[in-house]
Design a protein around this ligand. Structure first.
Ligand SMILES: [Ca+2]
Ligand SMILES: [Ca+2]
Length: 278
């Protein structure tokens, strides 16, 4: 049965690559300013280059309700290797809504479920957080780990109020996915400069309660403008010791891809923030 032999060879290669090539997984959160058909047409290849840096990446400020830009982007990334999960459009007005979208490499992890936080009783969030429950092979632990990645893009003028409420949304996601080792909130928190000062930040459990681990320091600059220096984009972990996260930083894709500041700002006013899960 020659065909069976061939199949066994493929299987052996598969097992080898799983045990010897998979390192940690790379996770990012990228606010792609006003991402839709126009942005995709103008900067799609550059955006795809940024996303290929990750195993899973949350993109925010997506305004593409018919998914035409997203499908184009998925095709640029490679539609057999990549997939995405999008939230429904969220936002208080019919005129302006955004989607949260997680793009991921199918070989690196499994997406087991998703969760849209509902705040209709209190209506705190302009764009209610959206989360995915993922399963990835932990190289440190030698087995699969589940974790919830929660995206949030706060309304700038209401950053304090929304960040006060974010732990409640994280708890709700954890309740839905009890097998998860924890919840990692990430995205454009607007947690700096004119939207959140140090006195306000000091009142937020998300940043002061030791059960939360904040990966992006206040001193970091997540803005592509050379005239602003703000740590708007953040990553905060609440979870158990199975979450082995490190290497958190801003991804300077302009430096990595050799893009000048004009092109960089045409892509977005934000750099991604990122970390690795081991
Ligand atoms: Ca709301
Ligand atoms: Ca800057």
């Amino acid at each position: 049965m020659p065909s069976q032999k061939v199949r066994l060879c493929f299987l052996a290669v598969c097992i080898f690559s799983v045990t010897h090539q998979v390192a940690s997984i790379s996770v990012g959160a990228f606010n792609i300013q006003t991402y839709g058909d126009a942005k995709q047409a103008a900067q799609g290849p550059n955006i795809a280059q940024v996303l290929t840096h990750y195993d899973i990446v949350l993109i925010q400020e997506v305004r593409d309700q018919d998914h035409s830009a997203l499908i184009n982007l998925k095709n640029l990334l490679g539609s057999t290797a990549w997939d995405y999960v999008s939230s429904n459009p969220v936002g208080r007005t019919t005129r302006y809504k955004e989607q949260y979208v997680f793009f991921y490499k199918k070989v690196s992890l499994n997406v087991l479920g998703n969760f849209q936080y509902n705040d209709s009783k209190s209506d705190v969030f302009e764009r209610e957080p959206f989360a995915v429950d993922i399963e990835y092979p932990s190289t440190s632990l030698g087995h699969a780990v589940n974790v919830v990645l929660m995206g949030i893009h706060t309304k700038p003028d209401m950053a304090l109020e929304e960040l006060q409420a974010l732990p409640t949304a994280m708890t709700a996601a954890k309740a839905l996915f009890p097998n998860a080792a924890g919840v990692i909130a990430m995205g454009d928190f607007n947690a700096d400069c004119s939207y959140l000062n140090n006195q306000e930040k000091a009142t937020l459990p998300l940043f002061v309660d030791p059960k939360y681990r904040s990966l992006i320091a206040d001193t970091v600059d997540t803005t592509t403008s050379t005239t602003t220096d703000c740590a708007y984009d953040r990553i905060v972990i609440e979870g158990n010791a199975d979450i082995m996260a490190d290497s958190a930083k801003v991804y300077r894709f302009d430096t990595a891809l050799g893009l000048n500041n004009t092109i960089t700002r045409a892509i977005s006013d934000h750099y991604p923030v990122e970390f690795r899960l081991n």
